[in-house]
Design a protein around this ligand. Structure first.
Ligand SMILES: Cc1ncc(COP(=O)(O)O)c(C=O)c1O
Length: 344
């Protein structure tokens, strides 16, 4: 029996998502996580809920209320996902393609588009990785659904609000992925009220240090949220994730304190890289750098010798460098990184 013949024809062409490298006992600076970890209130909530896994999740509405309060919108403007990854998928399911996004940007936009059988057009950023709305719209052509990421993963650069709004004014569906919002402090969430074609994605994986529990949310016009609720699997956010997210939102102060430390750490990572390579100034919790004359492979291998993992990007089509992405860790981890770099 030929299984391949019975598959959706595009499945064979899809590239798998490659996660940041985890090695036991190594410092991980490869997935833009918050290495300070979650609030003690989260740990306590998980302890309390750990014996109640027989119950289907039922705190979804409470979590939506909490997030609405945090964002400054109504509950009807919020839908939660199993990570913002799932929300990308729900948006692609609910809205017609074809799709487009910047290049380089978050790898999941093309992958999820292709999984859903949609065409995805990558539109190259400027040579200095800046975003230009006119060029983007021209490159995106007849696309109906567009992904903007700000600050952008992997470059760390924010898209100015004026440029985002030029894209939104096209009237097409525009996803603004603000996964790193707490690090940049910049958001367009206030523009949703007047722009029902805009969907802001956020995550609790990064600043709130809940990556392992998978909690993301979308903020949009209630009509968009209704559509996303229709395509959402029931119980997509599990009981422990709900409990953790609610506890984390009860301790915003803890998140803000760690974000402050991470931002200082990012400066330390930038400075360490600046001494030898060509890093971009980042608005996020990570730094993207051209490590030529080394290759990204050589760079990453050297760091492995110091028991540190980073993200290798290698060569990017249309750009001259060889690139890596390094996130800020704890103060001690950043010092270890700087020390390893000084030996290169
Ligand atoms: C820009 C961007 N969007 C979304 C995500 C996915 O986040 P989550 O862990 O909430 O699925 C990431 C994770 O790296 C990201 O960088």
């Amino acid at each position: 029996m030929n299984v391949r013949e019975r598959m959706r024809p595009w499945i064979g062409e899809i590239s798998n998502y490659v996660p940041g490298e985890y090695r036991e006992g190594y410092v991980k600076l490869a997935s833009n996580e918050n290495n300070y970890g979650p609030s003690p209130k989260v740990v306590e909530a998980l302890r309390q809920w750990s014996g109640r896994t027989q119950i289907y999740p039922y705190r979804g509405e409470e979590l939506r209320e909490k997030l609405a309060e945090y964002v400054g919108v109504k509950k009807e403007n919020i839908v939660c996902g199993n990570g913002s990854d799932e929300l990308i998928d729900l948006v692609v399911k609910a809205f017609k393609g074809p799709n487009a996004g910047s290049y380089p940007s978050f790898a999941e936009y093309p992958i999820v588009s292709r999984i859903n059988g949609e065409k995805y057009t990558p539109v190259k950023l400027e040579d200095d990785f800046a975003f230009n709305a006119e060029k983007f719209l021209a490159g995106a052509g007849d696309c109906n659904l567009m992904f903007l990421c700000t600050p952008n993963n992997p470059t760390g650069l924010s898209i100015p609000e004026g440029e985002i709004m030029k894209v939104v004014e096209s009237g097409k569906i525009v996803v603004v992925d603000e996964a790193y919002y707490e690090f940049s402090g910049k958001t367009v969430v206030g523009r949703i009220r007047d722009n029902p074609n805009m969907i802001v994605l956020r995550t609790m994986a990064k600043s709130f240090a809940l990556a392992g529990l998978r909690i993301g949310y979308a903020v949009a016009d209630p009509e968009v949220i209704e559509a996303l609720l229709k395509v959402k699997p029931p119980f997509n956010v599990n009981t422990l994730a709900e409990a953790a997210a609610i506890a984390a939102l009860d301790d915003i102060e803890y998140m803000e304190e760690t974000v402050k430390k991470v931002k200082l750490g990012k400066e330390a990572i930038y400075k360490a890289l600046k001494g030898k390579f060509k890093p971009l100034e980042s608005d996020s919790n990570f730094v993207f750098a051209d490590v030529t004359p080394m290759t990204s492979e050589e760079f990453a291998e050297k760091l492995l010798e110091a028991r540190i993992t980073v993200r290798r990007f290698g060569k990017l089509e249309g750009y001259p460098g060889d690139y890596v992405r390094v996130n800020a860790g704890t103060e001690e981890e950043n010092m270890k990184f700087a020390e390893a770099l000084s030996k290169m």
